[in-house]
Write a protein that binds this ligand. Structure first.
Ligand SMILES: Cc1ncc(COP(=O)(O)O)c(C=O)c1O
Length: 388
């Protein structure tokens, strides 16, 4: 039984952005209070801020098993994606990009711009019926051209949660002498990555997806890549990304990553259990519901999100997010950045049947801050709305 005396607030939209951890807020507050020197200044205030940044760089690099020089701080995932893709074309002689139609728009729109303005050939890998990239089609594409190629494929899809074996992709890229960029915005902080085993040339990461602050992220850029800056100005980030560094954000991101990996096994088990519980409970409550993407195979579907297709007309579905919002429930239709867009999800459009596309699909994404009681509330609310 639920009462509306004070509205319940339930946050199931962690793929859009996550709640800050208290440790991160403390760490950032401390940095804001004490580290106000410009890290490029040579006096003690500046040196202290610089030292905080370089410690963060070193600690982040250790987590990924790379060197500190290979971590370039950016304003977030979008900038890191743009840096890797644009520089590969401009500075590294890339003439052809292989990607998928279900990448985040930070990749897709950049690739479209490169195709239009730089005459780059763009090829798309095939997807199977669940929206998984087929590695056979990637290998076929890699084998059929001698043009300098960059492969850009995301690790964890932000809308349906499909997980790609990026270690296998890295080996294929090596075999065919292609560069490999992966958008790991939804996976870093949630999956362990050892970049000595996973042969990527570039990665994009955003702190706000792992309980860190917004407006900060990093690009991993493999040593001696030849990559040049996107943003020119001062000599920050060894000349690869100009602009005074946001010291508090970098400190917060480092703390968020540290705590995420320290608690990874425990939190992964907890959130996996929440996802299973959500799936079972909602299937029981609404038996004709279906799940989008490859979510039956937990190895190939991230534990952090579930995308559901509801047995409801599109007319009824139009009001669904609004009705859930009235009940204090936050989830999303797809990527948060597309919430103002028309035409539905570019991801679901690639592999759902016309019949399923006509029904409303919702993305619920979880974190260790969620509980089973919240799931019970969401499931009861969805059942009520489906039956109304
Ligand atoms: C897969 C993916 N790539 C890139 C981005 C963009 O990251 P940012 O918001 O840090 O620019 C997002 C954020 O929604 C994302 O989910």
């Amino acid at each position: 039984m639920y009462f509306c005396f004070c509205m319940k607030k339930v946050y199931f939209d962690s793929a859009a952005t996550t709640k800050l951890r208290p440790e991160v807020i403390d760490c950032m507050t401390q940095a804001l209070k004490t580290e106000y020197g410009n890290p490029s200044s040579t006096h003690a205030f500046g040196r202290s801020a610089k030292s905080l940044i370089e410690t963060a760089r070193k600690e982040i690099a250790e987590i990924l098993n790379v060197t500190a020089a290979e971590i370039i701080f950016t304003s977030g995932g979008t900038e890191a994606d743009n840096l890797a893709l644009n520089s590969s074309v401009r500075d590294l002689g890339v003439k052809r990009i292989i990607t998928s139609k279900i990448e985040h728009h930070a990749v897709l729109h950049t690739v479209h711009a490169l195709e239009k303005h730089h005459n780059i050939t763009v090829e798309y890998v095939d997807l199977d019926g669940c929206g998984h990239v087929t590695l056979d089609s990637l290998e076929t594409l890699l084998a059929e051209s001698d043009q300098k190629t960059l492969v850009s494929l995301m690790h964890v899809n932000n809308e349906v949660g499909n997980v790609l074996d990026i270690t296998a992709v890295g080996h294929l890229c090596k075999k065919y002498d292609a560069l490999f960029h992966s958008d790991t915005v939804q996976s870093v902080g949630h999956y362990k990555l050892d970049l000595q085993e996973t042969l990527v040339d570039f990665l994009a990461v955003a702190a706000h997806k792992f309980h860190g602050p917004k407006g900060i992220g990093f690009a991993f850029v493999r040593k001696n890549s030849g990559l040049r800056p996107l943003i020119y100005g001062g000599e920050q980030e060894r000349g690869l990304r100009a602009g005074t560094e946001p010291v508090h954000n970098i400190a917060g991101m480092n703390e968020a990553l540290r705590v995420s990996y320290q608690n990874l096994d425990k939190e992964k088990a907890y959130v996996t259990d929440l996802k299973k519980y959500f799936k079972e409970t909602i299937k029981k409550a609404i038996p004709t519901i279906s799940f989008n993407g490859g979510c039956d195979d937990l190895e190939r579907s991230t534990y952090t999100l579930l995308n559901v297709c509801l047995p409801m007309s599109s007319e009824k579905g139009m009001m669904l997010l609004f009705q859930l919002d009235l009940k204090g429930i936050a989830c999303s239709k797809g990527s948060a950045c597309q919430s103002g867009a028309t035409g539905g999800s570019h991801v679901l459009n690639e592999f759902l049947s016309a019949e399923d596309l006509a029904k409303p699909s919702l993305r619920f994404s979880f974190s260790s801050f969620n509980t089973k009681e919240e799931i019970d509330y969401v499931v009861a609310s969805l059942k009520e709305l489906c039956e109304a």
